[in-house]
Design a binder for this molecule. Structure first.
Ligand code: SF4
Length: 79
């Protein structure tokens, strides 16, 4: 899982177009999910996907800005 999240952070920085389209779709699902929680340490990371900015997944504990841009999967199969 750590490799997927590192790839997600790389994509967060480089923003490949295809990944961003996927990330937008995933972010909408995460934003509506009760497992998306606000993380104090993530608050300083600005994201174009404002609906998940500063949030992490409370199931896998991954930062959502990286997770939605990774090759990882949603732990409860929402995406
Ligand atoms: S990754 Fe899945 S479980 Fe986690 S916040 Fe997003 S939709 Fe919810």
């Amino acid at each position: 899982m750590i490799n997927e999240i590192l790839t997600g952070w790389k994509n967060f920085i480089t923003r490949p177009e295809v990944t961003e389209k996927t990330a937008q779709h995933r972010a909408a699902l995460c934003a509506a999910c009760p497992n998306a929680k606000s993380g104090k340490l993530l608050a300083f990371i600005k994201d174009d996907l404002t609906e998940i900015q500063g949030n992490y997944c409370n199931v896998c504990k991954c930062p959502l800005s990286a997770k939605v841009r990774s090759n990882d999967i949603c732990p409860i199969n929402k995406w």
